[in-house]
Write a protein that binds this ligand. Structure first.
Ligand SMILES: C[S@@+](CC[C@H](N)C(=O)[O-])C[C@H]1O[C@@H](n2cnc3c(N)ncnc32)[C@H](O)[C@@H]1O
Length: 198
């Protein structure tokens, strides 16, 4: 899946070929199992790295955090590393991604789950996401509405979105839905957005 056009397929048809990649950050170096048929299978995505390098550290009070659209689990792994007492959840619809994430995250006590299996009574203090922009505007809006509703009153979501893939119109749409939206950083074609409930 060279161009990764179908990374959000629930059941990738491309033949599996597992490999490993290194995630190298100032505070964590680790190796992650990956495979064809999942997003950015050959290297950590530049947008994901941008989020991981620039997101504010989780607050000490963070009880529940979510990596929305976790792929093979890089973001959840870092959330757990930076906030070891937080209960971290990682979710995706791509079955291969979920199975890789279980391999990569299971030893750290991170919950890897299909979105439908996350208990309804959990509210998240923090969501970090490199969201699946390519599923289309309306499905993306529905996805974000569904999960932003599950933020606690003081919760926040940190999203990385490419400028040329509509970061600014997404920010305006969120503001129109009465979320507080702050552009934390804008660099190299990426925007880092903080979204809060108002
Ligand atoms: C841009 S990728 C980011 C993957 C991973 N977080 C990373 O940084 O490498 C977005 C992910 O969202 C997943 N996705 C698509 N639709 C979804 C949905 N309805 N619920 C949860 N995840 C979804 C895709 O399968 C994909 O793995």
């Amino acid at each position: 899946m060279g161009s990764n056009k179908q990374y959000f397929d629930e059941d990738p048809s491309v033949q599996s070929q597992e490999s490993s990649i290194d995630l190298i950050l100032p505070d964590l170096t680790t190796t992650l199992l990956t495979d064809r048929g999942v997003f950015s299978s050959q290297k950590i995505d530049a947008g994901t790295k941008f989020l991981l390098l620039n997101a504010p550290n989780p607050k000490e009070s963070t009880r529940y955090a979510l990596d929305l659209g976790c792929g093979y689990g890089a973001i959840a792994r870092v959330l757990n590393h930076r906030s070891p007492l937080t209960e971290v959840w990682a979710t995706d619809i791509n079955k291969r991604a979920l199975s890789l994430a279980k391999e990569n995250l299971g030893n750290f006590g991170i919950n890897v789950s299909h979105p439908d299996s996350i208990p309804d009574d959990i509210s998240f203090d923090l969501i970090w996401s490199n969201p699946p922009i390519r599923i289309g505007k309306k499905p993306l809006q529905n996805l974000l509405e569904k999960w932003l509703k599950r933020l606690t009153l003081k919760g926040e979501a940190i999203l990385v979105v490419q400028k040329h893939l509509g970061a600014d119109s997404l920010a305006s749409w969120l503001a129109g839905k009465n979320y507080g939206v702050e552009r934390l950083m804008s660099k190299s074609g990426y925007r880092l957005l903080k979204v809060i409930r108002k």
